[in-house]
Design a protein around this ligand. Structure first.
Ligand SMILES: NC(=O)C1=CN([C@@H]2O[C@H](COP(=O)(O)OP(=O)(O)OC[C@H]3O[C@@H](n4cnc5c(N)ncnc54)[C@H](O)[C@@H]3O)[C@@H](O)[C@H]2O)C=CC1
Ligand SMILES: O=C([O-])CC(=O)C(=O)O
Length: 341
């Protein structure tokens, strides 16, 4: 009788837990006062799936939070002070942690030129996340993504809390751009253009697979390929020293967070492109790779195969793999040589 009651209580408790876990979604933004952080936080405040929005930055997060908190949606918004305890409190209980902290490019720079500054920023934030939110989905936006994602992985591994299903490099902007650029050429609605983009998030590591779209004739369109691979440069140039893409990136980051929340709340078949710990090219020494990933309550549910590609696309993939390997190794070596405090 006692055992039966205990068993029943157990069921009731786990139901209660999953019900409340469904209802409560804390999302934390690290770097929330920046060019991406502010509009991203705004979009998250407009998302009814987010119940608790935690904003952290080394400057201005309480101000941004005060501003956003006046928006008449239900979620609670809290801005945290730039202290270790502020950071820990921002992270505690988070289901999703988005990291757009770090410096952006100026004209003439590559994303890799940001490595020296951003690697240590991401490393230190990852340490705090491993400590205070080890089970959260970590979404890395800070560049160079091809290297900052391995940095987070190494930090989590060193602390024994690495879960490859919950670490994501955000490459959504590459598919957002690809669908928009194709729609401009084809005079279609970009929402109908599903362009698969695989690889990583810089230059030649960004590989659109037009042969798998409804416009296979676009394979070999050098101008379009260049625009997709170097779309970020277009914005850096136009902003003329004042930074890189922020608004389109905020939209892409908010879309990815929304997809994760939908999947966590039980929706099936939610697929997003993302840079994850992936088996696809491990035999070639590439530990992380962006491809279509089905999301689920545990994060990564299924990593899609690349599928059929043309000879031309295979050449692009080969070039991407060579660069990716170096970018990933650079992140891993950084943590080994600079473990920090
Ligand atoms: N994954 C992607 O597709 C994209 C990535 N990015 C990258 O996102 C990053 C941020 O770009 P923006 O928002 O334009 O830069 P930003 O300079 O406007 O904002 C960065 C924010 O990070 C904050 N920050 C710096 N160190 C921090 C720390 N230790 N803890 C918390 N916050 C910290 C700064 O105070 C600032 O508010 C850059 O590295 C950029 O290259 C940008 C566009 C697309
Ligand atoms: O180009 C940059 O430096 C920012 C970025 O990652 C993008 O816009 O795709």
């Amino acid at each position: 009788m006692f055992a039966a009651r205990r068993a029943l209580t157990g069921v009731a408790q786990s139901r209660a837990f999953s019900a409340s876990a469904r209802d409560l979604s804390k999302v934390t933004v690290l770097g929330a006062a920046g060019g991406i952080g502010q509009p991203l936080s705004l979009l998250l405040k407009l998302n009814p799936r987010v119940t608790d929005l935690a904003l952290y930055d080394i400057r201005l997060a309480p101000g941004v939070a005060a501003d956003i908190s006046h928006i008449n949606t239900k979620s609670k918004v809290t801005g945290y002070d730039p202290t270790p305890s502020g950071l820990a409190a921002a992270l505690k209980g988070a289901e999703i942690v988005l990291i757009p902290a770090g410096v952006p490019r100026k004209p003439g720079m590559t994303r890799d030129d940001l490595f020296n500054t951003n690697a240590s920023i991401v490393r230190d934030l990852a340490k705090a996340a491993a400590e205070s939110a080890p089970d959260a989905n970590i979404l890395v936006i800070s560049n160079p993504v091809n290297s900052t994602v391995p940095i987070v992985a190494e930090i989590f591994k060193a602390r024994g809390v690495y879960n490859p299903k919950r670490l994501f490099g955000v490459t959504t902007l590459d598919v957002v751009r690809a669908s928009r650029f194709v729609s401009e050429i084809k005079n279609t609605d970009p929402k109908d253009e599903n362009i698969t983009v695989v690889g990583g998030h810089s230059g030649v590591t960004i590989v659109p697979l037009f042969s798998q779209s409804s416009h296979p004739d676009l394979v070999g369109n050098a101008e379009l390929l260049n625009r997709v691979q170097f779309g970020g440069d277009e914005v850096v140039k136009a902003k003329d020293g004042a930074g890189s893409a922020t608004l389109s990136m905020a939209m892409a980051g908010a879309r990815f967070a929304e997809s994760l929340l939908r999947a966590a709340q039980g929706e099936k078949g939610v697929v997003e492109p993302t840079f994850v710990d992936s088996p696809l090219y491990k035999d070639q020494g590439v530990e992380f790779f962006a491809s279509k990933v089905e999301l689920g309550p545990n994060g990564v549910e299924k990593i899609h195969e690349i599928g059929k590609v043309t000879g031309e696309e295979q050449k692009l993939l080969d070039a991407a793999i060579a660069d990716l390997k170096k970018n990933i190794e650079k992140g891993v070596a950084f943590v080994a040589q600079n473990p920090g405090k």
